[in-house]
Design a protein around this ligand. Sequence first.
Ligand code: 2HA
Ligand code: ZN
Length: 269
Amino acid sequence: MKSILDGRAALTAEVEKVAEVAGYLWQNGWAERNGGNITVNITDLVDDEIRSLRPISDVKQIGVSLPALKGCYFYCKGTGKRMRDLARRPMENGSIIRILDDCASYVIIADNAVMPTSELPSHLTVHAHLIEKGSPYKATVHTHPIELVAMSHNDKFLAKDVLTNILWSMIPETKAFCPLGLGIIPYQLPGSKELADATLAELDDYDVVLWEKHGVFAQGLDVMDAFDQIDVLSKSAKIYIDACAMGFVPDGMSQEQMKEMSRAFNLPK
Ligand code: 2HA
Ligand code: ZN
């Protein structure tokens, strides 16, 4: 079958990264059934031929008006699609959309008329905000990492930066590779405007936020960067939980050792 990816190495590479990450999400047990979402801003990889492609769907409303996204293009996981299927067939389980000039609607342009994720409004709101800030970030990932979600079931971890400090202190790399830490969003209904608004606000200060009793939402340069940050935080959560399973609460690196990391690696916090 003909694909928009044919003959387009850079776009193909980006979609292959999405497929690779979708496989990791599934293998990690973070993406049961249709859980999780990925969207990538691919506007920079779009050529004139793509810009002139005819829509393969009706005009669909986003539900919000996002002027920063005028004429932008996104790869989006399909609604109800499974990460484990997307890992093998990204263009059958996701699609490429074009934001129309009214900035409030979109059309699907390739490869199949797969409706984008139900979380499209929240993902696109984040992308619009990133563009407005001049951010180089192009990808957003939502997934359900087991250990981080488990920790979100205890109030004692949910005060600002408590969990960040615990996770940073489990292994030096976590602070180096997730230097902004983990923002916390109190429980909100999935797909709600309240959840989208809270996420947007918290992403000004963090690259990864934890949705209490649900999952995480991450932003990054590309989908691999967003995944890596979730992965290092999740690794620290596993170490914490493994120590607890052995019968002790882990000491963690000292505050002095963490400050030393910040100095050595020139970290912001
Ligand atoms: O789209 O995980 O929270 C599936 C989800 C929504
Ligand atoms: Zn979810």
